[in-house]
Ligand binder design. Structure first.
Ligand SMILES: [Mn+2]
Length: 371
């Protein structure tokens, strides 16, 4: 049996960080769902499992529900299975209660429900969130026979104190499913087997912030009683990229821009300008004043779909001269230079950073920044 597993599209989400791009971006995420339905057609997917948070909220959903349901109808040979998540709970404002639903869509209610598809020898069980925070305390009941048992849940696996339906290993071991399709955690996990049950978080198919960086997608593949072969299929409309650039060698703004764009092209390919970037600039250029950060940002904005910059550049200092100062500062630089001389390349970089941070500390308070 061929399935596709997705979750957490959050269609309609207000992404404030995108400023003027926020409206058009909503429609791109809707387009991602259209592409997922297109993939179902192309790959002859028999079951499309959507494990919650299809919409970012029930309020936002109304505007997007009509096209979402139309895309499902168009993929007429695919059976869509849905459980509601904490963002789009199955309450009276849910579009799943207020729109005419496609015939090929099954929405599971607020108690465990089971639907059988005898022609596929498939039995699907699921349970929706009906409020934004929930804990399902009872177990699903799935007969053990020659049917493939699918279980869809929006749940927080391995987080005992979560408000979002926490489940643990013993739940999985006793649930009776052949495949447990999880939603809620936006970071994809590998498909693993616990007891007799295969399970995964497929992750969100389109990142919606720099904490959701990298290629995103869905799981597609075959499951039967003998095993489960799902592969990751990318489908993000754009990728969030978080990168650090060392601009120590950059002579001026133009040079800095070229260093950045050349590296992005090399690493991300010719469509690199479609992505969203959060760039941290580090290093110690000879003439810091020759790099104009506002101008650099404006130039990059002209080239890239979205970019923001965190500037951590520091003026290069004459460390040998500083080390000769007869002061605590001189002594500090002297000791650090000795350490740097005997360090390997990775440690050298860290020690130089530490030296510059230490020098900042002589001038005032230094905030620690993980980036
Ligand atoms: Mn979510």
């Amino acid at each position: 049996m061929k399935l596709l597993h997705t979750a957490d599209l959050h269609i309609g989400a207000e992404l404030a960080y995108l400023d003027s791009l926020r409206e058009s971006r909503k429609y791109e995420v809707l387009e991602t769902f259209k592409n997922i339905c297109g993939l179902c057609v192309k790959e002859n997917v028999e079951f499309c499992l959507i494990s919650g948070d299809l919409f970012d909220s029930n309020a936002a959903a109304a505007e997007f529900a009509e096209p979402v349901f139309r895309y499902m109808r168009e993929a007429k040979n695919t059976n869509f299975l849905y459980v509601a998540g904490n963002h789009d709970p199955l309450d009276s404002s849910s579009p799943f209660k207020n729109f005419t639903l496609p015939e090929n869509l099954t929405v599971f209610g607020e108690e465990y429900e089971t639907v059988e598809f005898p022609e596929f020898k498939v039995r699907a069980t699921g349970r929706s969130f009906s409020h934004s925070s929930m804990s399902f305390c009872d177990m699903p009941k799935m007969p053990q026979d020659n049917f493939i048992n699918l279980l869809l849940l929006h749940a927080d696996f391995g987080a005992g104190d979560s408000s979002y339906n926490p489940i643990g290993t013993s739940f999985v071991e006793n649930c009776g499913a052949d495949y447990l399709a999880l939603g809620h955690i936006h970071k994809r996990t590998a498909v693993e087997k616990i007891g007799n049950t295969w399970l995964s978080y497929c992750g969100c198919p389109d990142g919606q912030g720099f904490d959701e960086a990298g290629e995103k997608g869905v799981y597609v593949g075959i499951i039967n009683k003998d095993g489960c072969r799902l592969h990751f299929t990318p489908c993000s409309s754009r990728i969030h990229v978080v990168k650090k650039f060392d601009l120590s060698e950059a002579k001026n703004t133009e040079d800095a821009k070229k260093t950045i764009l050349d590296a992005l092209l090399f690493e991300l390919g010719e469509n690199y300008d479609r992505n969203l970037y959060k760039l941290t600039l580090v290093g110690t250029p000879e003439n810091l004043g020759d790099i104009n950060i506002s101008e650099l940002l404006a130039e990059l904005k002209g080239k890239l779909y979205f970019v923001k910059i965190k500037n951590r550049l520091k003026q290069k200092l004459d460390l040998d001269l500083l080390s000769k100062e007869i002061s605590l500062k001189g002594l500090f630089v002297n000791r650090m230079l000795e350490k740097i001389k005997s360090a390997d390349d990775t440690d050298k970089k860290k020690l130089i950073d530490a030296l510059y941070l230490g020098l900042d500390a002589f001038d005032g308070e230094v905030a620690y920044d993980e980036d």
